[in-house]
Design a protein around this ligand. Structure first.
Ligand code: MTE
Ligand code: HPA
Ligand code: MOS
Length: 766
């Protein structure tokens, strides 16, 4: 007897369907599409000043230059000059005022890029300067906020601090992070019949692109079609900020009735787009005599940049993850989104969660140092468990926090790691090792409940081949492969019978962005819903063919039909054909909306997450105390994948996320000058981890759990949570510094670049 179709272990090792295309260079990105004759090229003239009033803007000479077709300014926009996703505070083209260096002012359309580059040099702008601020705390002092501040409250911290034996206060700071997707932003827009536009966009959020272009042109969304094959990486940077490039291309395509391409070069992309929000935070932590954390307060000052973009939503997730994996009875978290003269900062893997977690980890580390303890003692003592209430009201269920921690401990024996390191450090005067533990608890679902919905469209062609469209965008995270697995498993057919179509607003409408690590869950469940509808129709036909009644169980396995577990002389192809001959619909639209979740912003309480993902990392580093350089010796992780539906892809997500997190904490330093100019504006000045700086050893262990039914095939979301293991690198390096110089001044300011390490090694507090 054969049981219902589910992902079995034989199917969890399917290679990413894009792998061959990527390594042979055949995968198609926006800039690889065949260029249509007559295509024009867009360049953006952006503000050279971070803040001021435009006094004069002269492009009369540029306009007349060879190969220049048109130059557009704010007043040429037919609809709204507005691209803000959450708050309408961001013009597409600066009108009277500029608020950051790199802000688009003019759109130049030329016959080729070289003509456009030449024209750029002939544009004159005069700006009356206004005061420039790039610091979030200063912005807060000046009352410059992008949105309403938020507070999460549990218990009564003020009263609780009265009963604490130990109280520690301090500041923590995390820097920005450049997305550095391999493919820069970009869009290619085509004028179509009946005043409509088709846009090929490198975006995570097709609906946002469609809607923003429609508003900008002053037309309905139905006039705008957005199509996305795949991205060469997004990491959050193309969740909302892809819209601008699409608007630029669409504006010109609409007006000139010609195809228009708008793709920035790397330095333009780096200069004009926002990055991970830097944060400055204050904390206060109180413990009892047994090192139980009784009370915790934190105030976050988020550096939002010049416009809100996604910062209000990012701010919210900082609050949701403010207590990471810890059970604390009295909590007060306040978050401010501060307006500064930087490009609008935006989504980046973790979406504010990492920023919030860094602060609680800092508070715990601070307490541990003062008490002469290993931070791991306080971390483990305060670990959450089933029944713990998050500050936002959700009750912890299916908790794996302690399981992950304890499995790491069992596999690597923390106390012997500690002893080995101590012995090593005693023997070596100028090379020191350090270690840290980093637990992670990350909530899965968009924090905005409304966004947790998805749709899919499935056609079974009458030759038995299948077309699948979902709202999911492939950006390297392997969602397309997982979608194929879902459809193949549900139908019981081979993956090579199925084609995964591009993501397109005319096939799947009103998509939420591919983000929040929830893409596979949401779109996978919508797809399953569509496939099941078709499957039910096919099953009815099979019963009919064999004169079976309703009670007969029908299934297809390896393209063969089984009834009541018995193999029949009917295959998938023939069953499909017979269904079509009976004039039965072989297409279906699936829909999914995450059940149970809710959140009431008026009281800041609810059950916003479908489930949580857990894990713990043990990080070991070596610091060269003569040069200030360091190596990551090892990152050992126990991670809760649920029941992974694709171990290779999930492992890849884990490894990539960890390295990206380590980069954010160590060598990736976004630097702006005081007047708001991006100094780390190229790959020569902005360093990301390469193959030489990744951990020498990276071991990821799959925690054995049942998984969650809220996850597709019980395979938990994996896109973002691993990034936060990287936070461990900061504390491990800091510990190594302290073993060289116990009096070192080493502020909790990330990234911990080699320069900062060197300064700390030879600093001395009183
Ligand atoms: N992995 C690759 N290779 N490229 C990416 O751009 N984005 C990350 C993560 N992993 C990203 C990635 C981010 S920010 C998110 S939210 C998730 O993938 C989105 O995909 P998922 O929802 O399917 O996990
Ligand atoms: N995560 C990621 N992206 C988002 C979210 C979120 O919670 N909300 C809106 N965009
Ligand atoms: Mo990811 S930051 O939610 O795109």
């Amino acid at each position: 007897m054969i049981s219902e179709n589910k992902i079995d272990t034989g199917q969890t090792n399917i290679a990413n369907i894009d792998a061959a295309g990527h390594v042979t260079g055949r995968s198609v990105y926006v800039d690889d599409m065949p260029v249509l004759e007559g295509t024009l090229f867009a360049k953006i003239f952006d503000s050279p000043h971070a803040h001021g009033i435009i006094k004069s803007l002269d492009f009369s000479k540029a306009e007349k230059m060879e190969g220049i077709v048109r130059i557009y300014s704010a007043k040429d926009i037919p609809g709204q000059n507005e691209i803000g996703g959450i708050i309408a505070d961001e013009p597409l083209l600066a009108d009277r005022k500029v608020q950051f260096q790199g802000q688009p002012v003019l759109l130049i359309i030329a016959e080729n890029e070289d003509f456009a580059e030449e024209a750029l040099k002939e544009i004159n702008i005069e700006i009356d300067p206004l005061s420039i601020n790039t610091d979030p705390k200063e912005a807060f002092r000046q009352g410059q906020l992008l949105c309403k501040s938020r507070t999460f409250k549990k218990g009564d911290t003020r009263a609780a601090f009265e009963n604490c034996k130990y109280i520690f206060e301090g500041e923590a700071e995390t820097g920005g992070q450049e997305h550095l997707y391999l493919e820069t932003q970009g869009a290619y827009a085509f004028p179509m019949e009946n005043d409509s536009i088709k846009i090929f966009s490198s975006t995570q959020g097709l609906r946002h692109v469609q809607e923003t272009v429609a508003h900008m042109l002053g037309v309905g969304m139905h006039k705008i079609e957005v199509d996305t094959t795949r991205l060469g990486g997004g990491f959050g940077g193309k969740e909302d900020q892809a819209a601008m490039w699409a608007c630029m291309a669409a504006l010109a395509a609409w007006d000139l009735k010609k195809p228009v391409k708008c793709i920035p070069h790397r330095m333009e992309d780096m200069r004009m787009t926002g990055k991970r929000n830097p944060y400055k935070s204050d904390y206060k932590i109180g413990l009892d005599e047994n090192y139980k954390i009784i009370a915790y307060e934190a105030t976050y000052y988020q550096n939002g940049g010049a416009s809100a973009d996604l910062s209000p939503a990012i701010l919210e997730r900082t609050l949701f993850h403010g207590t990471n994996s810890y059970d604390i009875s009295h909590v007060l978290l306040t978050a401010h989104s501060c307006k500064t003269n930087l490009p609008p900062n935006t989504a980046f893997r973790g979406f504010g969660g990492p920023q919030g977690m860094f602060v609680i980890e800092t508070a715990i580390d601070h307490a541990a140092k003062e008490l002469g303890l290993d931070a791991s003692i306080i971390q483990r003592k305060n670990m959450m468990d089933n029944g713990t209430e998050f500050p936002y009201g959700q009750i912890v269920a299916d908790c794996e926090a302690k399981n992950c921690w304890d499995e790491i401990k069992q596999r690597y024996n923390i106390s012997s790691v500690k002893k080995t390191i101590e012995a090593y450090n005693k023997k070596n005067l100028f090379i020191k090792k350090g270690f840290s533990m980093m637990p992670v608890c990350f909530g899965i679902s968009f924090t905005n409940t409304m966004m947790n919905q998805a749709r899919a469209l499935v056609h079974v062609y009458w030759d038995g081949s299948v077309s699948v469209s979902t709202g999911a965008v492939e950006m390297g995270q392997g969602v397309n492969t997982k979608m194929l697995q879902v459809a193949a498993t549900c139908f019981g057919i081979s993956m090579n019978k199925i084609k995964l179509e591009t993501t397109n607003t005319t096939r799947v409408a009103n998509t939420s962005p591919s983000a929040a690590s929830a893409t596979t869950d949401l779109n996978g469940k919508a797809l399953l819903n569509a496939c099941n509808q078709i499957m039910e129709r096919l099953k009815a036909v099979a019963r009919n063919i064999f004169n079976e009644d309703e009670s007969a169980t029908v299934m297809v396995r390896d393209e063969i039909v089984f009834i009541n577990g018995v193999q029949k002389e009917l295959d998938w192809k023939e069953l499909v054909k017979q269904t079509f001959f009976r004039r039965i619909n072989l297409s279906a639209k699936g829909h999914y909306a995450t059940p149970v979740i809710n959140f009431d912003k008026t009281i800041e309480k609810g059950h916003p997450f479908a489930y949580h993902v857990y894990g713990t990392a043990l990080t070991i580093v070596t610091v060269d105390c003569v040069r200030g350089t360091y190596e990551i010796d090892a990152v050992h992780v126990v991670h809760d994948f649920g029941t992974s539906m694709n171990r290779q892809i999930d492992l890849g997500q884990c490894e990539g996320g960890i390295v990206q997190g380590i980069g954010w904490m160590t060598i990736e330093e976004v630097v702006y000058s005081e007047d708001g100019k991006l100094l780390s504006n190229a790959l020569s000045t902005y360093k990301i981890p390469d193959i030489y700086s990744v951990p020498k050893e990276l071991n990821i262990h799959f925690l054995h759990t049942d998984g969650s039914d809220m996850a597709i095939y019980k395979s938990k979301a994996v896109g973002e949570p691993p990034l936060m293991y990287g936070i461990g690198a900061f504390f491990a390096i800091r510990n190594a510094i302290l073993s060289f110089n116990p009096k070192a001044i080493a502020p909790y300011t990330a990234p911990m670049t080699p320069e900062k390490v060197l300064m700390a090694l030879y600093s001395k507090s009183k």
